[in-house]
Design a protein around this ligand. Sequence first.
Ligand code: AMP
Length: 610
Amino acid sequence: MDKVIGIDLGTFNSCVAVVEGGTPVVVANRGGYKVTPSMVAVTEAGKRLVGHIAKRQAVTNAENTVYAAKRLIGRKFDSPQVKNSITTAPYRIVEGPHGDCRIQLRDRVYSVPEISAMVLQEMKMIAEDYLGHEVSKAVVTVPAYFNDGQRQATKDAGQIAGLDVIRIINEPTAAALAYGFGKNIDRTVAVYDLGGGTFDISILEISSSGVFKVVSTAGDTFLGGEDFDQRIIDWLVAGFREEHGIDLRQDRMALQRLKDAAEKAKCELSAVVETEVNLPFIISSARNEALHLQRLLTRSQLEDLTRDLVERTLQICEMTLEEAGLEKDEVEDVVLVGGMTRMPKVQDAVRTFFEREASKGVHPDEVVGLGASIQGAALVDDSPEMDMVLLDVTPHTLGIMVVGGYFEELIPQNTTVPTNRSKLFTTVRENQTAVKILVLQGESRRADENELLGEFILTGLRRAPAGQVEVEVTFEINADGIVSVHAKDVETGKEQSITVTATSGLTGDEIDDMMREAQDYAVARRQDEQAESTKQEAETLIAEIERLFPEVESVVAGSDFGRDAIDKARGVVDKARELMERGDTAGLKEQIEALARTQRMFKGVVGKTA
Ligand code: AMP
């Protein structure tokens, strides 16, 4: 049976988990961390860095280090959210060929799914290192509020990374799965998820028969930890301007340092009540003096600066409960997800709002990845303990544009998926052979205020008098939350061809090219790792032999045979060093055998005299 990994592809951090022997476990990366920064960088030498190593060099290479690509995925270049990122991100966001946005790193432009694919590929490799074999299937999570374009782009990212994304699931739903898995409970649960970039709230009914049913979900894809950081940055910038008359925002390096310091201060204030932000040599004055930034920030100041953000999450909770037709006291448990829920004020606000303590025992950083792995295992494993059903809902209303620029609803928000609705279209002109349909997602009555998913043109209709041809168009939302459209001539039953002309996604050819490149990277990376581990092995053996040399020499140098053995040993070590210098990994691998023999022989000699 194929192992399916579960990946929580976060805005700032990602996490990978896998079910082993019926228990979901988070896989730590090489550094021993259970979460990996969702960061990608390209160095001056053109080397790709992902995860912690990308994060560590972000300050000195800010323009070529991408973080929060999730905020851009599946979005159009001219969307307000992308415009916002263009002004705040230290890296360059440019327009792509499909009206999408792309990211320039040094002299190359990358699509956003390609950047996310680099993170997914890293998570895949972390799992492979742990499992000791390749994996090809994954369940990837997305914020519940992601629309079709964002889901599709996330799926594309998986494909580029060499992963068959067998299911996309919503983060709060994944969290609920991890919370309720194996517990045999019947309960109504709220999952409050405040992460680095997004806020989601979902209300679920969990039943002891293993059904996880989402009743209602809502969120804001532009409300998260980064907004809290931004408030601190604004406050620091304003204070510095008052003191020195200089706007720190002009300086990219200073801005990146401020960003790091703001996040650090925010996290510290979850544990202590005041902290000092200290950034020496942040900028030079007009007279070329080095200026420092030093300010004390208290927890209550932070709470004042961010009060409206916390308030906004509660308003969304209120709306969701209303949608679900539930009173607050009908929610029997609250699960907190996302790094931001460590902030005491957030915990307080949630406690006050729901009038109960949040559930303990679920780790906010790991719970989503664990849930994804549980869903992954359930999809391929039909043993009774993995028997469960996930019933999620669509977070947006799906509809089409009708005369007058209005939006006609086809599948309402919070409908359980998978689902489909059909609609009859009738020709309005004689011999009309095509009908154009605009498919949109959103809650506004005006079509242009909703997200355009695609423009579908039904072609090849029968030639007939006006009103004589009826075409049944079926709109479908699958379990991944991805929309597709089919059409059929009612009289003849003939399927109509549908052409998509206005998506902001990638073409199949583009994805193929990106996949090939990702594969080449994986091969090169594995070779590098192998070279590194061979080198380390050789170095350990050499160090051991060198350590034993004096002692061995003193024991055996008296005989010709002994001297000969010593010379040979020197030769073995010298040759290994030479191979190492030349970077000849294959040669070094062979030489390791000779080094190991020498080391054994030396140990034997020393052992006998001991
Ligand atoms: P996530 O997207 O769930 O990984 O959440 C990341 C967000 O949580 C970032 O904005 C972090 O700064 C924030 N975060 C992590 N730890 C803490 C903490 N101890 N206190 C406050 N915020 C935190």
